[in-house]
Ligand binder design. Sequence first.
Ligand code: SAM
Ligand code: SF4
Ligand code: F3S
Length: 471
Amino acid sequence: MQELLLHSPHDEARQGEAFSPQLPRAHSYQKHFYIESYGCAMNFADSEVVASILQESSIGATTNIEIADLILINTCSIREKAEERIRKRLTEFRRLKKQNPSLIIGILGCMAERLKGDLLEEEKLVDIVVGPDAYRTLPQLIEEAATGQKAVNVLLSREETYADISPIRLNSNGINAFVSIMRGCNNMCSFCVVPFTRGRERSRSAQSIIAECETLFNDGYREVTLLGQNVDSYHWIDESQKEIVNFAQLLEKVADISPLLRVRFSTSHPKDITDDVLFTMKKYDNICNYIHLPVQSGSSRVLQLMNRTYSREWYIAKVNRIREILPDCGLSTDMITGFCTETEEDHQASLSLMEYCKYDLAYMYFYSERPGTLAARRFEDDIPLETKKRRLQEMVDLHRQHSLQSMQRDVGKEFTVLVEGVSKKNNAELYGRNDQNKVVVFPALHFKKGDYVKVSIHACTAGTLIGTAIV
Ligand code: SAM
Ligand code: SF4
Ligand code: F3S
């Protein structure tokens, strides 16, 4: 799968990858929690909310699992493999629990929501199970667990957005931050477990989002990624101002904070992204020219079974519109191979769509049936695993050509790069990303993290543009 970029906005490569916190400063708490996060960027953002809630209750974060009083694992259910990895990780905690019987182990997030109390039966060493909308109750649940009881809260909410909580930035490089703008999802893509694990869609107040972004900017952050499963359906009614804020307007408000604050967002649903959003992106230099526009399949028949509510032609028209309004916009997608009834012809349609769109980045998966979803209830998971995997490999091979071509097209061009840190391979070099989300490496000279640097590209690898600063 793709290279792991810590601050990539919708890095599905993260699914199944764990991150433990790197903390901003030392704390002197009596009790400590250790948290690992799996899944999408929203889960990572949630772990930062959890850290804030626990710190308010005088439980500080630690990166040292051996000294933790509480181990939390923020889980993902999107595919079977994601859950398998979490179960495997849990078995590794057995040793710690044996050494320290008062150690509390909690499962948070989507797997907690999906399996609820059953998790306590299945995974005997788990003490706490908390769903994504119940994090405010964690301190009470921890108290209950400390008395030897098992504690569960998986209630979903129609209102909870954690708007008033200032996330504690874990894993932070001090430059990029995720900002949740909404929760849940009202779409019912037939393959997807998210509406069941995250509940109904709700938007967070525009004021609280802007306040969080302003604070981040004042603290030295230079890029925010606005997060939601379907950001284009953001909708906030501000009763006091008698104003309705849609996603294009929210983007504008965040971009207005400072021209030095880059704004990214993820994920856009093809049916909802509007011309207004595209024109707002065009109007503001600091809104990055990059759209993650998952298509899932290139076959209209399969798209219909997936309940994506658009056809191949409709999607292509949307891509054409993006290219017309934003000619240099980076474009990425998610694809699924081997969905129920998918024929070779459908698969070829997916490949030809990729050929047409020539994505800069693609996250590709083979279909994994999720219990309770529409597809699991209505259709047979009838494509043999070898076929799913073979089609996936063909797709990955094709995309590799496109992404390399996309990198090669940038050789000879100049980009403004926001510096994110010192290159891991060579500490005389810096790395950052351009507007289109591509990683750029160049000799450091006098530049430092947080600077915007004009870089001329003279070479590339499959994942990196290599250049020199124009001084
Ligand atoms: N909300 C986003 C959207 O509509 O595109 C994406 C949400 S999901 C967290 C990320 C990706 O996981 C999806 O775009 C899809 O490609 C993939 N995915 C979701 N359910 C899946 C399943 N059952 N099997 C394989 N891949 C799946
Ligand atoms: Fe899942 Fe579809 Fe919602 Fe994305 S839009 S989270 S794929 S149901
Ligand atoms: Fe996974 Fe839940 Fe995100 S299922 S992809 S962590 S919304």
